[in-house]
Design a protein around this ligand. Structure first.
Ligand code: FE2
Length: 259
């Protein structure tokens, strides 16, 4: 079974990247399930129902999210109504939406789990204990399990990869928008990358207009950020999983600059 995971989609250029390439990549990679982190897809911060629907219409099956998921209030009802958009599972109990679900594919069920880190981030429940509890609940419902670990610190993401090694098919990092070159299959058979990168404007600082970001860094004044413009960068990983065992056979980085 082949899984495609796309890094954080940033604003319109990110959505355009998926519109241009999701379907073609699904075909060329022979992908059975496409997952993308959507939390910056609406204007560079948050996700609204319109953006979620637009992304799902490109061929993406499941959207994950992260710390910005609450930014657009209109997404609350959508999160409750659809399991095709996940929010981190280790947020406070009872908040809208769900943190994991099991999806049907032609080659069998796949569980997708969304977690958020706690290092250099807002407080959240323990993602490690949350993962243990979720795996217990998934039980025999799915052998193939993909975890999106949305976190800032490389160490916390790698820690999660090692913690879940042999128990899930893949742990893929999101949130920093910078693709790391450390993709590997861990000894227990879990595919891992610290950060998948982003789908968003290449000519930017992690998706935002360079001059605005520099103004904040250099002058240390509050500046409003807008999404960058120009050619979209698409970053993703293709993961090959043995669906009979749930173990990964390989993980490969994808990086394309679109015209
Ligand atoms: Fe984030």
């Amino acid at each position: 079974m082949k899984l495609l995971f796309f890094g954080d989609i940033v604003g319109k250029p990110g959505r355009l990247a998926l519109k241009l390439r999701a379907q073609a990549l699904a075909e060329s990679e022979g992908a059975d399930l496409l997952v993308a982190n959507s939390e910056n897809s609406s204007g560079g911060i948050g996700v609204d129902p319109g953006s979620a629907r637009e992304l799902l219409s490109t061929g993406i099956h499941v959207l994950t999210s992260g710390n910005h998921v609450w930014h657009r209030k209109e997404i609350y009802d959508y999160l409750d109504a659809s399991d095709r958009l996940l929010r981190p599972a280790n947020f406070a109990p009872g908040v809208p939406g769900r943190g994991w679900s099991v999806y049907k594919t032609a080659k069998g069920p796949v569980a997708v789990v969304n977690l958020i880190g706690r290092v250099f981030m807002a407080p959240a429940d323990c993602p490690f204990r949350a993962a243990d509890a979720i795996l217990e609940r998934i039980g025999t419902r799915a052998r193939v399990i993909l975890v999106d670990m949305h976190a800032e610190a490389t160490s916390e993401k790698m820690g999660m990869g090692r913690y879940l090694d042999g128990r899930v098919s893949a742990v893929v990092g999101s949130h920093t928008h910078v693709q790391t070159a450390d993709e590997m299959v861990l000894p227990g058979g879990t595919a891992y990358i610290t950060d998948t990168g982003m789908c968003g404007p290449l000519d930017s600082v992690i998706g935002m207009r360079t001059e605005q970001v520099l103004k904040r860094f250099v002058d240390q004044l509050p500046v409003r950020y807008d999404v960058g413009e120009g050619a979209p960068l698409l970053q993703a990983v293709a993961i090959d999983v043995d669906e009979t065992t749930g173990k990964a056979r390989g993980i490969r980085r994808i990086r394309e600059v679109l015209k």
